[in-house]
Design a binder for this molecule. Sequence first.
Ligand SMILES: CC(C)(COP(=O)(O)OP(=O)(O)OC[C@H]1O[C@@H](n2cnc3c(N)ncnc32)[C@H](O)[C@@H]1OP(=O)(O)O)[C@@H](O)C(=O)NCCC(=O)NCCS
Length: 209
Amino acid sequence: MFISTINIMYEFYYFLSVSFRFSKIALNMIDMNNEEKDPFPINEKEVMDYYGYSGGFGRFKMKIKFLRNWVLHSLAYSSPLSNFSVRMQRSRGVKIGKNCHVNPYVLIDLIYPRMVEIGNNVTLGSHSMIFAHINPSANLFLKNGDYPRKVSKVIIKSGAVINPGVVVIAGVTIGENSIISPRSVVTQDIPDYCIAVGNPARVVKKINH
Ligand SMILES: CC(C)(COP(=O)(O)OP(=O)(O)OC[C@H]1O[C@@H](n2cnc3c(N)ncnc32)[C@H](O)[C@@H]1OP(=O)(O)O)[C@@H](O)C(=O)NCCC(=O)NCCS
């Protein structure tokens, strides 16, 4: 009994060491193919520069900022109470007007909330996502080439209805009283009083009433 337990333990140890060796080889191969190093310090520096932080204390302040931001986002994200979500999003820095309705599971840019401006009486449906930046975070080849980090404002004008599952990408303005259909991806500005549908969202109607 004792011997067989030892055998099993040995076999388990052997299995772990072989798996470990294989995973190291696999990681090295990925490294060789990717030729990229850890992009984290570069991403961190970009965000610190944006917020005007520097040095060790700056890094600490930024971490505190993100912790606070994450807590407020999580509270807004999971709350079924629109007014509470609005308050949490405003505390993060999102500019939100009066009488807006924010459903649960709305994601508003996690790093640049101040770059999102929302007018009055706007509806944000569940699982809608609003991004104010573009960044191929883990790929230095792309970041150092044609796809560097880009931060640009998103404006959602008064009365707009952002239906569930809509994705709004950085730099876009959505017009007054316009409706974006569920699961559309808004990649370009949408004028006032329009119905826009699909991926990419295209205007299919004007609202004339
Ligand atoms: C977006 C909306 C307001 C447009 O209403 P409408 O002015 O009556 O226009 P229609 O519904 O006829 O849609 C216009 C066109 O867009 C298409 N369309 C509508 N929603 C679409 C979507 N999510 N993706 C792709 N196309 C869509 C329609 O099929 C129609 O195409 P067609 O002209 O080729 O037939 C309406 O479709 C709607 O309310 N959708 C549901 C919203 C929703 O589910 N909200 C849930 C939370 S309250």
